[in-house]
Each structure stands twice: as C-alpha cells, then as structure tokens.
Design a protein around this ligand. Structure first.
Ligand code: ZN
Length: 151
C-alpha cells in the first residue's frame, strides 16, 4: 500500500502539499464554507469573493493529507478568475477524471494541472481527499451554512 501511495504523490502534488498556494483568507473574501472528510480526517475552509459572476479571490485553510492539501492548492490556482459556471463545469470534469473507468476520459474541458490527480482513481478512498476542497468550494459558492462532509 505504501509504495502504491507513493506513486500517487507525484512531484506537483508533493510540491503543493508542502507549499500550498493561496493559503489563508483573502482580505476581500465574502463567502466561505468548511469541509470535512471523516474517512481521512481532512479539514478545509474555502474562502471566496465572487463579483460579476466570476471568482475574484479564492483561498483556503485547513489540514489534512498530502492529496487533500495539494488538491485544494491546485484548485485555487485553477479557479482564480474563472466564471462561476465554468468553475462548476471544471469540477464536473475533475470528478469524472477521478471516477471514470476509462483510461483516458474524454473531456472537452481542459483540466491542465488537475490531470496529476488521475492516478487517484485507483484508490477510491482517496477520491474523497481529492474532491473535498471542490465540494467545499461549491458550498461556499452557494453559501450553504452547514458544514460539508464527503459522506
Ligand atoms: Zn485525505
């Protein structure tokens, strides 16, 4: 199991887990939501400022495994400046990448760096680590007050 997991921790994932980008609450944030993955113990809070239907500021705080932290970090980079509808479509494409049985899921959406998580699909438990920040982003966008869990 350990060596299999190590294979998942590619350079980009390791880098983002050690030096997460956009960590902290952006000064102008007006929306936030908290997420929790009980299977692994990952916790994340996502902060947003949305204006003119686009993500103007995004940041996160939290603690968890390397995959959850790296996923949150790469998510903030991927979503900054995007239209909200586009952001939600990217989440759907990312979720398909992680859960599809196909070797290379065909997606019109360009996943960019998010492709590094493709290997997570071999580890169903880890899918929840990788998607926690995204579910929490969606909750913040919809301003749902109750905490999110991956269950
Ligand atoms: Zn985790």
């Amino acid at each position: 199991m350990m060596s299999d997991l190590r294979d998942l921790y590619q350079d980009l994932i390791l880098d983002h887990s050690k030096r997460p980008r956009n960590f902290g609450r952006p000064p102008g944030a007006t929306l936030e939501a908290r997420g929790y993955n009980p299977l692994c113990g990952d916790r994340v809070t996502v902060y947003l400022r949305v204006e003119d239907d686009a993500v103007r500021e995004i940041g996160f705080e939290g603690s968890g495994c390397a995959i959850s932290t790296a996923s949150a970090s790469i998510m903030t980079e991927s979503l900054a400046g995007r239209r909200t509808g586009e952001a939600l479509r990217l989440f759907e494409a990312f979720h398909r990448l992680l859960t599809s049985k196909e070797k290379a899921p065909r997606d019109a959406e360009r996943l960019g760096k998010l492709e590094v998580f493709a290997g997570v699909r071999e580890f169903p438990v880890r899918v929840k680590c990788a998607t926690l920040a995204w579910h929490t982003f969606k909750a913040a966008l919809e301003s749902r007050p109750e905490p999110v869990t991956t269950e």
